[in-house]
Design a protein around this ligand. Structure first.
Ligand code: GDP
Ligand code: MN
Length: 390
């Protein structure tokens, strides 16, 4: 799960990590008021969307008066912001963060991410702040320090000192950086984050070590342990199809192809996607309806698949184990009645209650093609989609 910059900063403050102070605003008036409450001569108005690269996209602006803050907020709010990370359609800005303007002496990069090869979180630090870390890692790996973090013991003081030293910080700034990194690591581990990135971390003119930007991603599977983190979810930033699917406990991931898939079991779903690719087409989604899906969930699944305008055909592939074929069949029929399925539909049912399932489909009078194996099902749906395109 992603959160906004202002939320990530709130979380980090709780762990003693210094962040740029600021106030969230949803209207130009609130932005002006925020500027006044901050009380400084300089502030920065920052668009809050679940994507980075806002500076490059014009979503981060320095302002020197309340009127200025209102004007910038007015220009950002309610409109899509296009950044190198949003795609060409951009993401609509619903909130801005009005933060105290800081005089930056130096900018750094620090981040913690799960290193899948080492199997532990790794602290990364680079003196080249503001630059994308992927670029540094690829072009000048020596400019990036990596320190594996023991998942139970946390970031060790010597590791934090080594990182601060690597950034060129000495004396008081070094001590502040050590406290900063220790807090960052604690937040990452305790809250089950999968990424915590501070780009840039800055050393201000008056010697403070401050997070100017903050990005934290949380592990969805651990959210049940952190209700306060889960409460920060902003569904308006997510793919509406994925939000709807999660309400019904469906594992749905939107993809770019044109064949919608409804499958039970993650492994079978992957195999189904492979089979579609093997036949020369691309899947429009991954969907694992799981073992306990109800008829309503199946109907919802169909609605979600059909709400994707790229879908030109649907492949239902159910191997009934815990999931009974008759439940799927009823879901298919209910969905067809409720939403209308106007694209070719190929169904392969096998396993528990398969005869009942097939009977329900036959008696429904639905226009569908029954397949008896995965290979056949994939071939039939791909052929039907290609025939419809001609
Ligand atoms: P991103 O582009 O989405 O990563 O947004 P950031 O929060 O990183 O902001 C982009 C850039 O704006 C930063 O790298 C800074 O250079 C600049 N910036 C943000 N806040 C301030 C500030 O208070 N003072 C100054 N001088 N620059 C700032
Ligand atoms: Mn940034």
């Amino acid at each position: 799960m992603k959160v906004h910059e202002y939320q990530a900063k709130e979380v980090l403050e709780r762990y003693g990590v210094r962040t740029q102070r600021g106030i969230v605003a949803e209207t130009p008036e609130e932005a002006a008021e925020a500027f006044r409450s901050l009380g400084g001569e300089l502030a920065v108005v920052k668009a809050q969307i679940h994507a980075g690269g806002r500076g490059k996209g014009g979503g981060v602006k320095l302002v020197t008066s309340a009127e200025d803050a209102a004007r910038v907020a007015e220009a950002l709010l309610g409109k899509p912001l296009v950044t190198p990370q949003t795609g060409p359609q951009g993401q609509v800005v619903r909130k801005v963060f009005v933060a105290e303007g800081l005089d930056l002496a130096r900018e750094f990069y620090v981040g913690i991410a799960l290193d899948r090869r080492l199997g532990v979180p790794v602290l990364m630090a680079s003196a080249e702040g503001g630059v994308e870390i992927e670029t540094i890692a690829a072009e000048r790996p020596e400019a990036l320090l990596k320190q594996p973090i023991h998942p139970a013991l946390g970031l060790q003081p010597y590791q934090a000192r080594r990182a601060a030293f690597f950034l060129g910080l000495r004396g008081d700034a070094m001590k502040k950086a050590v406290a900063f990194l220790t807090g960052l690591s604690q937040a990452y581990l305790e809250l089950d984050a999968s990424l915590a990135e501070i780009n840039p971390l800055v050393l201000t003119d008056d010697g403070e070590v401050v997070a100017l930007d903050a990005k934290i991603d949380f592990d969805d599977n651990a959210l049940f342990r952190h209700p306060d983190v889960a409460a920060m979810r902003d569904e308006t930033e997510e793919d509406p199809k994925e939000v709807a699917a999660s309400k019904y406990g469906l594992n749905y991931v939107a993809l770019d192809g044109n064949i919608g898939c409804m499958v039970n079991g993650a492994g079978l779903a992957m195999a189904t996607m492979d089979a579609i690719k093997l036949c020369g087409e691309e899947p429009a989604n991954f969907l694992d309806v799981g073992g306990g899906a109800t008829e309503e969930a199946i109907t919802a699944g169909f609605r979600i698949i059909l709400s994707d305008r790229n879908v030109r055909g649907i492949l239902v592939n159910i191997f009934g184990g815990i999931m009974r074929c008759d439940v799927i069949a009823r879901g298919v029929v209910a969905a067809a009645e409720a939403v209308g399925i106007e694209v070719p539909l190929v169904v392969r049912l096998e396993g528990t209650n398969v005869d009942e399932g097939r009977r329900i489909l036959e008696e429904s009078g639905l226009d569908l093609v029954a397949a008896h194996s995965l290979d056949e099902a994939a071939r039939l749906v791909c052929e039907a989609v290609r025939a419809a395109q001609k």
